[in-house]
Ligand binder design. Structure first.
Ligand code: GRG
Length: 299
C-alpha cells in the first residue's frame, strides 16, 4: 500500500466505523434493530481493500484539493460494493463460506438476515448520497455523481452483469458475452468510482471520458487477474475459496483463452488504463501505480 493509498484508506475506514452505531435500539422508533446493525457492520468492517472508494477520492483529488465533499460518495460506493458481496455469497448465488478472510454474512447471521443486511447497506448508501446532495450549496454535480453510481450499480451495470454471469453458467460462451459480463459485473463499479469522483471535481468532458476509460480498463484487468488467481491463487492469502469458477462452470478468461493469454490480456488493459492518465500530469501517478499494482498480484 503506498502512503497516498493509505491516507485515502484511513479516511474511508474512519467514516465507515462510525456510520452504523451498534447500540441497543431494539423496538425503538426509527432505529435499526441491533442484530441488523451487527450484520451490516460484520461485512462492512471485515477488512476490504476499499479500492473503489479510494479511487473515487483520488479521482476527485485529480482536480480538487479538499476531500470532504467526496467522502459520502466514496462511503456509499463501498456500502454498495459490500452489499453486492453479501448477496453474491448467498446460497442462491455463489454459495460461498468465506469472504474477506471471515465466514460469509449468511453463515453467521443466517440467510434471511444476510439478504436484509445487504438491503440495509444498499438503502443506507442512497440515504448517504441524498443527504450529501442536500447539503451541497449547489447540488447539481452531487446529483449527477449519485446518478452515475445508481446507474453503474443497477440493471445496466453491476446487477445486469451478475444476471448475465449466472445465465451463462454451464453454457458455451464467447468473448462478446464475457466482455459484457465483466464490464458490468466488475468494471462498472470502478467506472462509477472514477466518473463520480471526477464529476464532483467539476471535470470537463475530456477529463470525464479519460476517467471513465481508466475505470473500465482497470476493472477489466482487475477481473482478469481475479480469474487468474481463482485458478492458481492461494486461498489463505486471498481470504476466499479458490477453484470455484471451474466447479460452477463459469465463463472466465482462463476457461476461454487460457491462463497465459489471460495475463497478457490483463497487461494490455493495464497499459490502456495508464494511457488515460496522460492529460493529468504528475497527479495521474497515483492511478498509474494503482494500475500497475494489479499485475503484481500475479508476479
Ligand atoms: C449480487 C448484485 C450482485 C452483484 C454481485 C460483486 C459481485 C457482483 C460479485 C462478487 C464476485 C466477484 C468475482 C465479483 C467481481 C468483483 C470482485 C473481484 C470483487 C471483489 O472485490 P475486492 O477484491 O474485494 O475489491 P474487497 O473484499 O477487498 O472489497
Amino acid at each position: 500500500m503506498t502512503r497516498e493509498y493509505q491516507a485515502y484508506f484511513d479516511v474511508i475506514e474512519q467514516r465507515l466505523k462510525v456510520i452504523i452505531p451498534e447500540e441497543s435500539f431494539d423496538f425503538m422508533p426509527d432505529q435499526r434493530p441491533l442484530l441488523l446493525s451487527k450484520a451490516m457492520n460484520y461485512s462492512l468492517l471485515a477488512g476490504g481493500k476499499r479500492i473503489r472508494p479510494v479511487m473515487l477520492l483520488a479521482a476527485y483529488n485529480l482536480l480538487k484539493e479538499d476531500l470532504e465533499r467526496a467522502i459520502p460518495f466514496a462511503v456509499a460506493l463501498e456500502m454498495i460494493h459490500t452489499y453486492s458481496l453479501i448477496h453474491d455469497d448467498l446460497p442462491a448465488m455463489d454459495n460461498d463460506d468465506y469472504r474477506r478472510g471471515k465466514l460469509t454474512n449468511h453463515k453467521v447471521f443466517g440467510e434471511a438476515n444476510g439478504i436484509l443486511a445487504g438491503d440495509g447497506l444498499l438503502n443506507l448508501a442512497y440515504e448517504q448520497l441524498l443527504m450529501a446532495c442536500g447539503a451541497m450549496p449547489s447540488p447539481f454535480c452531487g446529483m449527477k455523481a449519485a446518478e452515475i453510481i445508481a446507474f453503474r450499480a443497477g440493471g445496466q451495470g453491476m446487477i445486469g452483469g451478475q444476471v448475465a454471469d449466472m445465465m451463462q453458467e454451464g453454457c458455451e460462451g464467447d468473448e462478446k458475452i464475457l466482455q459484457y459480463i465483466q464490464r458490468h459485473k466488475t468494471a462498472a463499479l470502478f467506472m462509477a468510482s472514477m466518473e463520480a469522483g471526477i464529476c464532483l471535481g467539476d471535470a470537463n468532458e475530456e477529463q470525464k471520458g479519460a476517467a471513465k476509460e481508466f475505470g473500465y480498463h482497470y476493472g477489466m484487468a482487475f477481473q482478469m487477474i481475479d480469474d487468474w488467481l481463482d485458478v492458481v491463487g492461494d486461498a489463505t492469502l486471498l481470504g476466499k475459496s479458490i477453484g470455484k469458477d471451474a466447479k460452477q462452470q463459469k465463463l472466465t478468461w482462463p476457461s476461454l483463452i487460457g491462463i497465459e493469454n489471460t495475463k497478457l490480456r490483463a497487461e494490455e488493459h493495464v497499459q490502456l488504463a495508464i494511457e488515460q492518465m496522460k492529460g493529468f500530469g504528475t497527479k495521474g501517478k497515483f492511478f498509474i501505480d494503482l494500475a500497475q499494482s494489479t499485475l503484481k498480484r500475479v508476479q
